[in-house]
Write a new protein. Structure first.
Length: 76
């Protein structure tokens, strides 16, 4: 793993599809949701324009504030 790939993976989740396409951040999450059959219709809808922009925006907010969201979501 190269240093730049390591840094990119620290910032966002990455998925490599069977076709070799590299998906990152919100698009990768939506792909996984479709693959595991967890609300696939909604995930496919959110993967389209203009919804994907909101998904990517929301992903960026959560990714940039991971510690804050971890404290809220994973309290004991």
């Amino acid at each position: 793993m190269t240093g730049s790939l390591r840094d990119a993976c620290r910032k966002a989740v990455h998925v490599i599809t069977a076709e070799g396409e590299i998906l990152r951040a919100g698009r990768a999450v939506l792909f996984v949701l479709v693959e595991i059959n967890f609300f696939p219709a909604i995930a496919r809808l959110l993967a389209r324009r203009p919804f994907i922009f909101g998904v990517e925006w929301g992903y960026a907010i959560v990714a940039n504030h991971r510690s804050f969201f971890a404290k809220i979501l994973f309290r004991r």
